[in-house]
Design a protein. Structure first.
Lengths: 338, 282
């Protein structure tokens, strides 16, 4: 019941939180004087043309009225038109979603597949050479600027070794879309050449995004395992003669991963933040690059659309993580349902 | 003092402390330490894009500027941005968290909801939007960082204050007739100071990373300001030939952020010996 109360409460808070978010971004992009209509019309536009554009996009109305209109439109699924691409913002976001999703998915899979075993082994061989090496990599991974790592990888693997392309997602247009994931689409169509190419394009951005995520996972997995290792149930299982391997990889890992799980929200946020920068460096046609472009062009409909979209996803992910955590370990649940 | 002794015995914390000390010294003595202090603002096209050597230790950039000298002056900028932005965030976030955690009323709910709004998107997204509207300048970077960073401290202080709210020593202070402000400042704040110090230390590193990202995206202080993120962005046009161009500033960011992270971890262990590193690492 307490879990249900928490879910209901959090869902009820979602609309006001998002409304506040839109209000902030709206204030940021509208209150401070910058004239998107003039930017859009170009340098040679007559005042009449600028005025016409302003009227067309409702920019001549008072700000509160603009805000109310915007919110009313968003509620019906209309995020407005991008001033830059002249297409509906929702359509632009939707078209760019698979690229970012593909990138983030590979990054998180790589981070988990590499991070969890490294964290466990580092904890088991505490203070060994391996533990110290892992620690150095994690500390550096959390302190490195993603854009710098991206440039170093480009320099090494693309420019010097010539193993991977410098930037972009594919040569030409990519496979005919089924899912929008180039690797999956190529696989489904049996197009091995395209699959190989898509993977080569993916390699560096995925690596850049995965490193900080992996560092976080290693840190928490290692801490979790060390914590659980000294607990009574592990002592008991060892005394019962259960093979060490099974105790470690089954019982210890299961309890240790709860702590790591709570960090998925954090990791996910870092992935989105990382995507904003990484997609810019690799010219990856995803949401992050779109956001930077829209911000630079003062394309406020697109900026608000992106922020809102990220906000919804972010809140939903955090809620799911909290639900999973509450189900795994109900002790932490606040009776007031927070 | 035992905290200091514990901190100095921790080798990685000591390394962090040394890195930060070097950064501060580099920033304070940038002018005498720089081999070409004038290169921050003047062009020497003849010396453009020279590899590292005995004259130009870390090479030169696209304007013929000495990267080593520019790096030193960039350290100033980095410290100013990190210290001011983090302090502002702490100054906003801590009172908000204290008030919201101490009281259990509508205002407290409202304050936490407002901070939730800011936490509903990754910090850099809002920071980019704010920095872009305000225009490229140091004070705007600081403003963008502070406006988006304070909720982290509000959340932390809120949670800690809530968990202290029912402690006997707080109840005793209230029973003695202490005003809410007095309880918050003299009783709650000292009890949460250690985790606040730890978070603020690590938060400095975070602020430096976001500031560098803003600079990299062209939203930081305008050229010829020797901002580290911008230096890395400039280098991209000259790769792969000028490999040294991005190396030094990137390394500087890595080391400084690492320094703050290591010091923060060390402080956590030193201030709270119950939490051994690796035991309850959070």
């Amino acid at each position: 019941m307490r879990l249900l109360a928490m879910i209901v409460r959090r869902c009820l808070w979602m609309p006001p939180t998002l409304l506040g978010l839109v209000l902030i971004v709206f204030a940021v992009s509208h209150v401070i004087p910058s004239d998107p209509a003039r930017v859009m019309a170009g340098e040679n536009a007559t005042p009449d043309q600028v005025a016409a554009l302003r009227q067309q996009f409702g920019l001549d109305q008072p700000l509160p009225a603009q805000f109310v209109h915007y919110v009313a439109d968003v509620v019906t699924g209309n995020m407005g038109t991008s001033l830059f691409t002249q297409r509906p913002v929702a359509e632009d976001l939707w078209a760019r979603l698979p690229a970012t999703f593909e990138l983030a998915l590979y990054a998180i899979v790589l981070a988990v597949v590499a991070g969890v075993p490294l964290g466990v082994v580092a904890a088991l061989r505490r203070n060994s050479l391996l533990d110290h090496a892992v620690r150095i990599v994690t500390v550096a991974g959390l302190a490195m600027a993603a854009f710098w790592l991206a440039i170093l990888l480009q320099l090494l693997f693309s420019m010097w070794l010539d193993w991977t392309p410098v930037q972009g997602r594919i040569d030409g247009w990519g496979p005919d879309p089924i899912t929008g994931f180039y690797t999956l689409d190529a696989l489904l169509r049996g197009d091995w050449a395209t699959l190989g190419q898509a993977l080569r394009y993916l390699a560096l951005p995925v690596l850049t995004l995965a490193l900080p995520a992996m560092a976080t996972i290693v840190r928490f997995t290692r801490a979790g395992v060390l914590n659980v290792m000294s607990s009574n149930f592990v002592f008991y299982q060892t005394a019962m003669g259960i093979p060490r391997r099974r105790v470690v990889w089954k019982y210890i890992l299961r309890s240790a991963l709860i702590g790591t799980l709570t960090q998925i929200g954090l990791i996910f946020g870092n992935l989105i933040a990382g995507a904003v920068v990484v997609e810019t460096v690799f010219d990856w046609p995803g949401l992050g690059g779109f956001a930077v472009n829209s911000i630079v062009h003062s394309d406020y409909n697109a900026v608000m659309g992106f922020t809102l979209f990220v906000g919804v996803v972010f809140i939903a992910v955090n809620l799911l993580v909290d639900i999973a955590q509450a189900m795994l370990d109900p002790r932490g649940l606040d009776p007031r349902g927070r | 003092m035992s905290v200091l002794r514990r901190l100095l015995r921790d080798r990685s914390a000591l390394l962090g402390l040394v890195i930060i000390a070097v950064l501060v010294l580099a920033a304070v003595f940038a002018s005498p330490l720089a081999t070409f202090p004038q290169d921050v603002s003047t062009y020497h096209v003849a010396n453009r894009l020279l590899p590292p050597g005995s004259t130009f230790w870390f090479g030169t950039d696209r304007m013929g500027g000495d990267i080593y000298s520019r790096l030193l002056f960039g350290a100033r900028l980095t410290i100013v941005i990190a210290v001011v932005a983090t302090s502002l965030s702490v100054l906003i976030g801590v009172p908000v968290g204290l008030v919201a955690g101490y009281y259990t009323n509508r205002i407290s709910d409202l304050l936490m909801r407002v901070s939730d709004v800011f936490l509903a998107v990754p910090q850099i997204v809002l920071a980019i939007a704010i920095a872009q509207t305000l225009g490229p300048a140091i004070q705007n970077v600081i403003l963008a960082l502070s406006v988006t960073y304070w909720p982290f401290w509000a959340r932390l202080v809120y949670a800690e204050t809530r968990s202290l709210r029912n402690e006997v020593f707080i109840e005793a202070a209230v029973a003695l007739g202490a005003s809410p402000a007095r309880v918050m400042v003299l009783h709650v704040l000292p009890s949460i100071a250690s985790s606040l110090i730890v978070r603020t230390t690590i938060g400095m590193g975070g602020a430096i990373l976001v500031a560098a990202a803003l600079g990299f995206l062209g939203l930081g202080p305008p050229p010829p300001t020797p901002e580290w993120g911008r230096m890395i962005a400039e280098s991209r046009a000259f790769l792969p030939q000028a490999w040294w161009y991005a190396t030094a500033p990137g390394m500087a960011i890595l080391l400084v952020v690492m320094g703050f992270n290591l010091l923060g971890d060390g402080l956590r262990d030193a201030l709270d010996p119950r939490l051994r590193r690796g035991g309850n690492e959070r």
